[in-house]
Design a protein around this ligand. Sequence first.
Ligand SMILES: Cc1ncc(COP(=O)(O)O)c(C=O)c1O
Length: 391
Amino acid sequence: MNPSTDFIPYARPCIGPEEEAAVLEVLRSGWLTTGKVAKAFEEEFAAFVGCPSALTVNSATSGLHLALEALGVGPGDKIVTSPYTFVATAAVARHLGAEVIFCDVAKEDYSIDPGRLEAILAKEKGIKAVIAIHIGGKPCQMDRLLALCAKAGIPLVEDSAHAFPSKLEEGYAGTLGDIGVYSFYANKTMTTGEGGMIVARDPKILKRMATMRSHGFDRDAWDRYTSTKPAWYYDVVEAGYKYNLPDLLAALGRAQLRKAPAFLAERQAIAGIYIEAFKHEEALVLPPSHPAHSWHLFALRLRPGALRIGRDEFIQALAGRGIGTSVHFIPLHTMKYWSERYHLHPGDFPEALAKFQASLSIPIWHGMPKESVERVVGAIRETCLENRART
Ligand SMILES: Cc1ncc(COP(=O)(O)O)c(C=O)c1O
């Protein structure tokens, strides 16, 4: 890639010879599916975040599905989450026949608003779980959320798809609530192409998720081929899913996990450059900062009225300068399925709507050349300058 001329994507995985060697080793090992490499990945990840154990899954979506299932969420139950998320966060509740109550995001960030959540918990009956999302990798207001959920006796699931590694004083994001789910999708802070990891406070919940991850088997495939019981024998104790992560992908994950601290340092450095570059730009609102931010996303907002162009044209102008961007997120309540199911209007969640309308995620990835970061800064400055509203 030529950083001076080529298109700069908003996200890009960073794969090196270590990942290639690890995958090749599995390819040559004679065991491709979930086995000892996935187990080692689980152990190493658990040690990293300071949990006794962790569970690999083939996506964070599966992880969230398993999480709600293990918490006993079923038909007629309700879960609360924010509309400012990727659809998987809410869709998994529907897979289980449960309903979703949306709660707007806080004024100061992109995550569920504790004040509004408190009002919902006080009013609604039948809530089985709250799912809080660490949008972009900025931790939610965890102390307030944990206190509210504890008071209501409702489990808190952390959608930590963006928040690895986000280390707060109390511990890593994802390990503070009842269940934490991480994503290793291709654009995430570490990747297995597709994949995810789950941690849970209660070992019984983790055990339930392990069983449901693999067809409801009483033993996993690796155990079947390594234990003293005959390999062909298994019992099925539940109607489970098939959500396991193969060793081929776990090998990638182990190599990426070793690099996670260095990856984080790179993204922090890029975020620092952006913050410095744009802090005096009147047309832009910087993303909320936090010492434990994983900087999976760097979402700028356009200050209303400051430019002659809107967010969509701003994105086009950057694309014209070879800069890729994305939008995180289109709020779920503005989408056909969710708006029709719950009779929702765009203005029902004003914070989520306003943030969505003004936001764009700009390139931030470990391995991003310095010249590319400088090009992004230059293109954004020029676009602001050329389109400043006349006062
Ligand atoms: C907030 C959030 N939750 C969950 C997911 C689902 O992750 P996965 O693609 O690993 O299923 C994503 C994916 O981008 C996400 O952004």
